[in-house]
Write a protein that binds this ligand. Structure first.
Ligand SMILES: [Zn+2]
Length: 87
């Protein structure tokens, strides 16, 4: 389910919480990125995912790298640069 919102924390443009993706603006590339997070959250459970995402910067880097690499279709170098913004 996609829900448009006027504001998200940390200047994010979208936020996936399992089956709901909140967004300010979205395009296919960002949607694919968020769908990787949906898959990650489904595989490890939302609570475990959120706990590690909030408290573990290496975890945050890893999941963002995967989302930028496999969802957004960036090169490894580009995905590394973007994922480093989250640590
Ligand atoms: Zn992300």
């Amino acid at each position: 389910m996609l829900i448009r919102v006027p504001w998200l924390p940390f200047r994010w443009e979208a936020l996936a919480l399992k089956w709901v993706i909140f967004y300010i603006r979205i395009d296919n590339r960002l949607l694919a990125h968020e769908m990787v997070h949906v898959q990650q959250q489904t595989e490890m459970g939302l609570c475990v995912y959120l706990w590690h995402y909030i408290w573990d910067k290496e975890f945050r880097y890893d999941v963002e790298f995967e989302a930028y690499r496999n969802g957004s279709g960036m090169t490894s170098t580009e995905a590394d640069k973007m994922a480093k913004r989250y640590i």
